[in-house]
Design a protein around this ligand. Structure first.
Ligand SMILES: [Zn+2]
Length: 285
């Protein structure tokens, strides 16, 4: 009797060990499967002598972008992604080097992290850029998730030929995480927990996860991003004429001047979506 009880106990113990081993393997596989081995190249905007933003700006953009990028790396690595950073310290990396890094990983996804600035302190909000046609869905997903956690305006998604987006051979997105020249948004950015939330939102966007409960459907709200997202086949989701200065080559500046001339045509001849037009008094940084 004692011997049979001992045998039973031994078998139960063996089964428990087997179940624990299977659970460990499942957890490991699930973690890897979420990232599916995808490579994400994270580009922290600016660095070194390039502070980003506008002259005299109090909050340094280069440090905010680096912090969010490093947080994003941690989140993605924990979810099974392979992460490459274009910079991991306060150093200046030329734009061409950034795209070379991105292009050396075939099939990678490029995500450039920036904060915005403007001469007018009232300018605020989140905006996201893409260039390649195959990047629209990614831009919409990241934008939707970031807007969902940011207590600010939704400035929309735009297609623009910024250097790092145009010269990258893989899908790429540039996200502007708020205006550091806006006192309220600068205060948000200076809060480490807010930067963590930004990083987690970008990560959810990369994973194409739902953004959760949306803000009320009003002009410029988070919910309007959901409305805009399916229409990304056009040239611009949000039509605007920003004064674009950097992240463009001389050729793209020339095409910008051409577009500027076209924009001087009478309004009645231009086809626009009235619900997506916004006033622009800023420049992407
Ligand atoms: Zn910037």
């Amino acid at each position: 009797m004692t011997r049979s009880l001992s045998l039973l106990r031994h078998r139960l113990l063996a089964r428990c060990q087997l179940v624990a081993f299977a659970l460990a393997i499942f957890t490991l596989c699930a973690s890897t499967a979420r990232g599916q081995g995808r490579t994400i190249v994270i580009d922290a905007g600016h660095g070194g002598h390039d502070r980003g933003g506008v002259p005299g700006q109090r909050v340094s953009e280069k440090m905010m972008t680096l912090d969010v990028a490093q947080r994003l790396r941690s989140v993605l690595q924990a979810r099974g992604y392979r992460v490459v950073m274009t910079r991991n310290s306060d150093v200046f990396i030329p734009l061409g080097t950034r795209t070379s890094i991105a292009n050396s990983y075939r099939g990678a996804t490029f995500v450039s992290v920036h904060f915005n600035s403007a001469s007018r302190s009232g300018a605020n909000g989140i905006e996201t850029y893409y260039y390649r046609r195959d990047s629209g869905g990614l831009a919409a997903s990241i934008h939707r998730n970031v807007v969902a956690i940011a207590p600010t305006e939704n400035r929309g998604i735009r297609r623009r030929a910024y250097f790092v987006l145009r010269r990258t051979n893989n899908p790429g997105v540039l996200v502007e995480c708020g205006f550091l020249t806006n006192p309220t948004e600068a205060r948000y950015a200076l809060n480490p927990s807010y930067r963590q939330r930004l990083a987690e939102a970008i990560a959810r966007g990369i994973q194409r996860l739902p953004s959760g409960p949306n803000k009320p459907l009003t002009a410029g709200s988070a919910a309007s991003a959901d409305v805009l997202a399916p229409t990304i086949s056009g040239p611009d989701v949000v039509r605007a004429a920003p004064r674009v200065r950097h992240y463009r080559s001389s050729r793209s500046k020339k095409s910008a001047r051409t577009r500027s001339k076209k924009s001087s045509t009478p309004k009645k001849k231009r086809k626009r979506s009235s619900s997506t037009i916004i006033q622009v008094d800023w420049r992407p940084c």
